[in-house]
Design a protein. Sequence first.
Length: 396
Amino acid sequence: MVLLLPADYAIWLGEIKPLSYFQERYKVSMVYYTDEIAQVLVDHYKGSGKPLLFLLHGLNTDSNNFSKPANFEGIENFETDLTTLHPVLTECRVLKSDSELALIQFANDISSEAHVEVMRKAKAGMKEYQLESMFLHHTYMYGGCRHCSYTCICATGENSAVLHYGHAAAPNDRILEDGDMALFDMGAEYSFYGSDITCSFPVNGKFTSDQSLIYNAVLDAHNAVITTMKPGVSWVDMHKLAEKIILESLKKGNLLVGNVDDMMVERVGAIFMPHGLGHLLGIDTHDPGGYPKGVERPKEPGLKSLRTARQLQEGMVITVEPGCYFIDALLVPAMENAKTSKFFNREVVDGFKNFGGVRIESDVLVTANGSKNMTKVPRKTWEIEAVMAGGPWPFS
């Protein structure tokens, strides 16, 4: 159904396309104007009694908003079903077709290129928003991507501990300093399909020992999850795997002490990674379908932030985005809590007070026997240092 526009709209919007244009463009069998909807539905109804209409109405468990069912003049002449359609269409959003995957891959390819360009041009004295503008320019100039999937997060220094930095009250306006870690979460949208990529790197192009410790903790978690992913695997288990690897690394780095399994019981991992491991990706950055009927949201810290608790299925595209952050609002209470304070080496943790955080995020397709990383950016510390020093990417 398309709107019947007044003829004078052509002055402002250009040629008003005929119905045949939409039929050819979208490869559909029938196209009508919206004011014809009631008559068209009656004409195509072959049964007896009132025609039955399936209307889209249901909860998006990510936004917690309900879709508004269709309404039009004459709808009272139809029976309506508000329950059948929503779960069916939601599952269509969860499992991607080959054509959808091609669009997501293109968005990933051009966004990956742009991230590398930002890495190469970052230097102390610049503003965060200048690097954001480079990303926007590259994806539009070379990929035709007019829009981003979400507001860019261009966080440096302590800002990288603000999970959704870049909003109107914190508009990517800090000056980069030598010694900062940068956390850049940016993804272009192409033909309505998104990408969601985060790269973390040192502004000066060289990792310090502390930066390497935290970065490699997150990278090890990121890689372990992608290696383990396959149909039937629980996403909750993947989150726990990432948490455990990060905690083990922090213990090796002397930030934490004690038994890692005990830390898991007390949810210490959620102090360093309070967000969920990842989310479904597609037309929406946070695509729907994370909690269909029968899938319950966990209640524990960290786990309750998961945007899905499903088992993985072939055809899903899901972000893998573990992180490790030093957030005073979480660390201070944890180091005063009787159950969790015993795990912290306070003196060492205090040395990371203004560190910020690290997040590494890739968009991953679940395949028949495993997974495919759709994101193509340097990840190892030596790769990042080489690229920032002017080396080629990808490496030949």
